[in-house]
Design a protein around this ligand. Sequence first.
Ligand code: EPU
Length: 355
Amino acid sequence: MAVLAEDVNLAGYTTLRLGGPARRFIEATTEADVVAAVRKADDGGEPILVLGGGSNLVVSDDGFPGTVVHVGTRGTERVAVEGDRVLVRVQAGEDWDAFAARCVTDGLAGVECLSGIPGRVGATPIQNVGAYGQDVSETIVEVRAYDRRARACVTLDRDACRFTYRHSVFKGSDRYVVLDVTYALHEAEESQPVAYAELARKLGVQPGDRVTLKEARDAVLELRRGKGMVLDASDPDTRSAGSFFTNPILDPGMLSELERRVADRLGLDAAFPRYPETGDRVKTSAAWLIDRAGFAKGHALGPARISTKHTLALTNPGGAGTADLLALAREVRDGVRDAFGVELVNEPVLVGVTL
Ligand code: EPU
């Protein structure tokens, strides 16, 4: 049964602990509840906010003037086994890290490097969640969603999801409400080849080597904890939405402009992080740009603060409002633009506010 409440404070449902009241709040624990709640709101012309774990959301201090549908559907099932390939369908409301942990214990490889990420399963296709050399576009085979335009449940295969770096057909659009996600995992004792240099160093192996699933998970959890990226009520650095900005992807023109600015500002020998992307494009590091633009770890503006462990996480260590966090985000974005000519783009979804 969906439970309806009024004037629920959203701060209690976001990892940033920010956000004002929702006019209506529905706790939906079955797929039928989710669909019915969305249909009803659509029929009444009422705005909808679909809420999962609240770990990638920045909600206005004024709250949300519509219906929040909190997706709490549960269930994980093996839907097919093809050789060592196991298809697992997971309901949107399942906790992501509980699923990632279970895969490791059950000997299923494919998401072990995505350990320790807060939030729920339904959010993972939306921004193509990724970390430490894996992203979910490598394992997702299909997503079932409620299509608000067609007013029907639909299935999108991997191509239809149009996954790119931290993006998909689901991001920046209100059209689909994710209902469940099917992942193709491999029965294996060992992890996928370690693809992230920092993770390989932590494990004491070469990139491309394999380790046990548990070793991969434990090393990722340790790295993430060191960066304040694992939720921990006793660590104010974890009151964040993870990375606040995406890593900029530069075309050759933008890249040579950045090279020029870095040389001007930091000297001719200065090098910045470069990761090859498709075509002739290059991804650089937002954290590096923020640091070098003069915003150190722990930099504060009013009550909002850059994490003391990673410059890419903006935090509410306690006492900040959404307006304070956004003021800090604008200061950082503008500072990086002035220093390096690169426009940082927010990664979390902004609700009722703009940057
Ligand atoms: N760096 C700094 N200062 C810092 C931290 C990092 O200069 O305080 C520089 C270093 O040069 C470092 C580089 O930034 O080598 C990259 O840092 P890191 O490996 O921590 O990765 P990231 O690019 O900052 C991305 C994801 C994270 C993910 C990690 C690990 C994005 C926007 N963020 O962060 O995802 O956990 O890689 O794979 O792509 C998230 O999306 O919320 C998230 C936490």
